[in-house]
Design a protein around this ligand. Sequence first.
Ligand SMILES: Cc1ncc(COP(=O)(O)O)c(C=O)c1O
Length: 368
Amino acid sequence: MERLDDEAQRSLTRRCPPIRGREGLAYALDGREVVSYCSNDYLGLSQMPIEAADATGSGASRLVCGDLEVHRRVEARFAEWLGHEDAVLFPSGFQANASVLPCLLSKDDRVHSDRLNHASLIDGMRLSAAPRSLLEHLQPPKLGSREAAPRDWWVCESVFSMDGDGPSLGDLEGHLAGGGCLYLDEAHGLGLFAGGRGRGALLRARPTITVAPLGKAFGCAGAFVAGSKVACAWIRSHARGFVFSTGVSPMLAAAIEVQLERVRGPEGEALRGQLWRKVDRFRTRLGASHGQAFPALRSPIHPIVVGSNARALAISARLLDAGWHVQAIRPPTVPEGSARLRVTICAGHSLEQVDAFADDLLRCLEDA
Ligand SMILES: Cc1ncc(COP(=O)(O)O)c(C=O)c1O
């Protein structure tokens, strides 16, 4: 097909890397034994054994006859932990963003979107009736007059997935204090900050809506959307990805319940301690001694922007030869001309592995 040929010409071909025999961060890929530096399994929870739930499917949409006790229990526990009044469980973060934004935002609202927001947030805003303006990355919106409508929604990520940076807590608080609404996607913050509760938990006022995809540090899948009782009631009866979709599998809901206890308890705290030790080691090795600049926000995500798609692929291939898997990230995931290696450090890496990886990375960057 012509379009695929055209993409190949521009080094944009994508494929799912066929992984075999995964054990923690190690697996076989294309005939090599490698260690992953591109996983979002920051705490290593994705491979924790879980006892099977007592059923596989919920049988119908939650609004028909698929609303099970385990759904209601895990939603209540999550909302209480995060300090929101209520929470709604979705099958995925993409489904949550793509269906909650259109149902919450009306034509009488204004939505302000960070220009580097995740595709699911962009699609959700596109499907909504609210007029949208783009914000420079990490800049807060300017609020209009505060006489009721229109409401100004700031839609952003607490830790940007491809950049590892995030808005300042002062700006987020200022926006809320000024009467704005905040829709905060905590995909890469949940599990890591403030006892695992994400960066939003460090705010003096709650975000209006917190979205918490569970496929990253939670090592699971699915997503909570948390907010006021009124907002959640509206979402349950109007978000199309909730109304017209089979209720989350009870197997997944039961697994989420177990992971929630792990993340919020001493096990999570110990894993966070291990994670930050490895992150600091990597940053020191690459930053202090080799001048690699990283975002001020301490997170597991380290973008190494190399510019051209072909160069990103070449460095990724060299790293694979050295036994490290770091996927090249190219447009449209990141803006044109900013292809990168997105290096993620996880609790499960050993300090020796971090050192060896950092040295090989520097060598490959110089050679390619
Ligand atoms: C910021 C952000 N939001 C939402 C999602 C989508 O979440 P999920 O993987 O659960 O669909 C992702 C995942 O890539 C993400 O990085």
